[in-house]
Design a protein around this ligand. Structure first.
Ligand SMILES: *Cc1c(COP(=O)(O)O)cnc(C)c1O
Length: 397
């Protein structure tokens, strides 16, 4: 049987992992070691020092590469460590075209760190291919996409954007954290490098911070592998083990995340108190068509604005009982987050608004609890936020 032809739910469980040859242990051991004994100077079994390589990490890197239909995977201590390592392929004078609506920490990395080092960037509405085309410069080295985006859940036409990026001589980067490889595999759409915060769905249980890069480009991979070791932002073996445990259930978890999120988006869309729902699975969502083309389902994230002011929306976010008010996403438990004051507070208000992110928007990471409990929780929180409102307009709905 050709192992490369295995379907993704099977690859999630088996890729990169063999029973331990010395004991038969079916799970990859956690190799808690910093160094490896050599039989003679520079003669070893492929591992010499654990920043350069660790077998638990190797298993995870192979697993994530296989999930993304990629040849090469590299793991890092966090999603931002992965991104920062990738950005070290640039030099002063280079330029990035980035989606405006990216993870707040990604924007901060461009704006507060790399700009000071002479790397400029232009932020665009990435759902608009003409805007991407217009922002490309002769020195543009990276086109950076995040689809679906965070927190507006807009989708960029990855294949169309990749063509524009490549025509301009840029590498095309896709942050695939929100979709996961279960729903979308950007390498097959023309992307050069996939970025992941494995902290989110890949880990899946809100108990680990990690990041990854996956590519099919051998030369770029060698450069990134050099940078991984030279910069040193590697994950520990226990963290790699936890993510390997997470990816085994990724396919079933994503199915339930998507099913629950779709029901919640529909519930919210028909609610009289709701101003706007952001979910690419809704047929009238602006990203529905492109999402349907490049994703197999629409994901577990839903954003919503209730009618009324910021205070009303803040009361809503403070009134849920099953949805916990917290940053992050992608775990089995449901979370609610206020991007403007939490995850995206590092993006200046003016920049947030240019990207269409309003202060009243709340982001839901829909977990895999029973969806009836989740809807009942949102329902009571919407009612509570209305009842204590001082503004009559919010009561009318
Ligand atoms: C969380 C997140 C990151 C950053 O990852 P960390 O693991 O928190 O460093 C990057 N991109 C997206 C889309 C994220 O959600």
């Amino acid at each position: 049987m050709n192992k490369d032809k295995l379907k993704i739910a099977t690859r999630a469980i088996h890729a990169g992992q063999q029973p331990d040859p010395s004991t038969g242990a079916i799970m990859t051991p956690v190799y808690l070691t910093s160094t490896y004994v050599q039989s003679a100077p520079a003669e070893h079994l492929g591992y010499e020092y654990a920043r350069s390589g660790n077998p638990t990490r190797t298993a995870l890197e192979a697993n994530l590469a296989a999930l993304e239909d990629g040849k090469y995977g590299l793991c890092f201590a966090s999603g931002l460590a992965a991104e920062n390592t990738l950005l070290h392929t640039l030099k002063s004078g280079d330029h990035i075209v980035t989606a405006r609506d990216v993870y707040g920490g990604t924007f901060r990395l461009f704006d507060k760190i790399w700009k000071q080092l002479g790397v400029s960037f232009t932020a665009v509405h990435a759902w608009n291919l003409d805007e991407i085309r217009g922002a490309m410069q002769p020195n543009t080295r990276l086109l950076w996409l995040e689809s679906p985006s965070n927190p507006l859940l807009t989708c960029a036409d990855i294949a169309g954007a990749a063509e524009i990026g490549h025509a301009g001589g840029a590498k095309v980067i896709v942050d695939n954290t929100f979709a996961t490889p279960i729903l979308q595999r950007p390498l097959s759409l023309g992307a050069d490098v996939i970025v992941h915060s494995v902290t989110k769905y890949l880990g899946g249980h809100s108990d680990v911070i990690g990041g990854a890069l996956v590519t099919n480009d051998e030369e770029l991979h060698e450069q990134l592998r050099f940078l991984q070791n030279a910069l040193g932002g590697v994950p520990g073996p226990m963290d790699c083990f936890l993510v390997l445990r997470g990816t085994k259930t990724l396919a079933v978890r994503m199915k339930q995340h998507c099913e629950n999120a779709a029901k919640i988006a529909e519930y919210l869309a028909q609610h009289a108190d709701v101003e706007r729902v952001y979910y690419p699975g809704l047929v009238d969502d602006p990203s529905h068509e492109v999402a349907s083309r490049q994703m197999s389902d629409y994901g577990g994230m839903v954003s919503v604005e209730l009618r009324g002011d910021l205070e009303r929306n803040r009361r809503f976010a403070s009134s849920t009982k099953v949805f916990a008010l917290a940053e992050s996403l992608g775990g089995v438990e449901s979370l609610i987050n206020h991007p403007a004051s939490m995850t995206h507070a590092s993006v200046p208000k003016e920049e947030r608004e240019k990207g269409g992110l309003r202060d009243t928007l709340m982001r839901l990471s829909v977990g895999i609890e029973d969806v009836e409990d989740l809807i009942a929780d949102l329902d009571q929180a919407i009612a509570v936020s209305r009842d204590s409102s001082s503004s009559p307009a919010t009561v009318a709905g």
